[in-house]
Design a protein around this ligand. Structure first.
Ligand code: GDD
Ligand code: MG
Length: 334
């Protein structure tokens, strides 16, 4: 089985971290997001991944020079201009010559979904495409998908207004597809699978979906990028992972609680880091406090300063000694 992994978005909601690093190259407890996605696909029998790239392809090409990721063969389809989700699938499928059942995944979704069960259900239904659904508290941020008893999709509503979603089961961003899907994707212009192609398929009665209770998170916002990592160190997905990198430097008098401290980061004497993620090489100076926040690579929290309220510091940002940063993105704007 082959899979197309969509990684060509701008990662706007994770700015400023994504100003430098594409979303799916950001580390999730020491491992790039993309490696976790590809490793999950590999465990379910996917033997080749087509990375559908647009924004900053070099970050991927440089990191995986041997065209292999997590033990899975990888090839690249680089769009000259962003084609949006359907256009990207069409472009990647054409480059790879997809001619049998294939999988498509959103590259920012971390899940323990049983992909084999989804493929089996897809075959039973004789669907042209089968979507995996997951249940969430706030469906308005996602594609909302009501289904009939046999799994046929009744409607596909992308990001409905708050309170207007017909169900809280949403598009989990994993699709099993027949090549016939490709005939529905317009050639040579951007097109959205969620807003254009899936609604067409609903009308044609060829789109099916299966609900899954498996662990699922779209790590594409500061809150979920943080949560995805705390879930791993809490052991919500099997054995708890160690949040503190072996080469991180944590002073014995610092208090690090429920946090991820990545490679070469340093936490100085008397500092407190709680419910937070500290990316590689970031520095928390003596007696500083970091709570519920994300410190970008090489950023510095000055002596006695505090950072909290889901703040996100971009690469190399310095918070002056004694300053208080709350619910901020630095630098802000684009
Ligand atoms: N190659 C390419 N080209 N990839 C793209 C493009 C593009 O033009 N635009 C977006 N992508 C990639 C992103 O990098 C991401 O991995 C994936 O497509 C989905 O885009 P997001 O921007 O993360 O979408 P979303 O999270 O708002 O919504 C999507 O995912 C939800 C589940 O996580 C939709 O598919 C929703 O229906 C779904 O519920
Ligand atoms: Mg997303």
């Amino acid at each position: 089985m082959r899979a197309i992994v969509l990684v060509g978005g701008f990662g706007t909601r994770l700015r400023p971290l994504t100003n430098v690093t594409p979303k799916q190259m950001l580390p999730v407890v020491h491992v790039p997001m993309i490696e976790r996605v590809v490793s999950w696909l590999g465990r379910h029998g996917v033997d080749e991944v087509v990375l559908s790239l647009g924004y900053r392809p070099d970050a991927f090409l440089d990191r995986y020079p041997d065209d292999e990721c997590a033990g899975v063969r990888m090839r690249y389809a680089v769009e000259p201009d962003p084609l949006d989700t359907a256009g990207a699938i069409g472009f990647a499928a054409a480059q790879a010559g997809m001619d049998s059942t294939f999988v498509v995944v959103n590259g920012d979704v971390l899940t323990d979904l049983d992909l084999d069960a989804l493929v089996a259900f897809h075959r039973t239904c004789g669907a042209e495409t089968t979507i995996s659904l997951t249940q969430v508290d706030d469906p308005s941020r996602y594609g909302v998908v009501p289904i009939a008893a046999d799994g046929r999709v009744e409607a596909f509503v992308e990001k409905p207004p708050v309170g207007e979603a017909p169900t809280d089961w949403i598009n989990g961003g994993t699709y099993v597809c027949e090549p016939g899907l490709l005939n529905r994707i317009p050639d040579g212009r951007p097109a959205s699978i969620e807003r254009e192609v899936f609604p067409d398929m609903v009308d044609a009665g060829v789109l099916y979906a299966q609900r899954s209770p498996a662990y699922w998170v779209d790590a594409g916002t500061p809150a979920t990028y943080l949560q995805a990592q705390l879930d791993l160190i809490e052991g919500r997905r099997g054995n708890a992972e160690d949040g503190i990198a072996p080469d991180a430097d944590v002073d014995p008098s610092a208090e690090v609680d429920h946090s991820v401290i990545m490679s070469r980061a340093s936490i100085a004497a008397g500092a407190v880091v709680r419910d937070s993620v500290v990316l590689p090489g970031a520095v928390v100076m003596p007696n500083a406090r970091v709570e519920g926040s994300i410190l970008g690579p090489g950023s510095v929290v000055g002596q006695g300063a505090s950072v909290g309220g889901l703040s996100v510091l971009g690469n190399g940002i310095e918070v002056p000694a004694g300053a208080a940063v709350d619910a901020a993105r630095l630098p802000d704007g684009d």
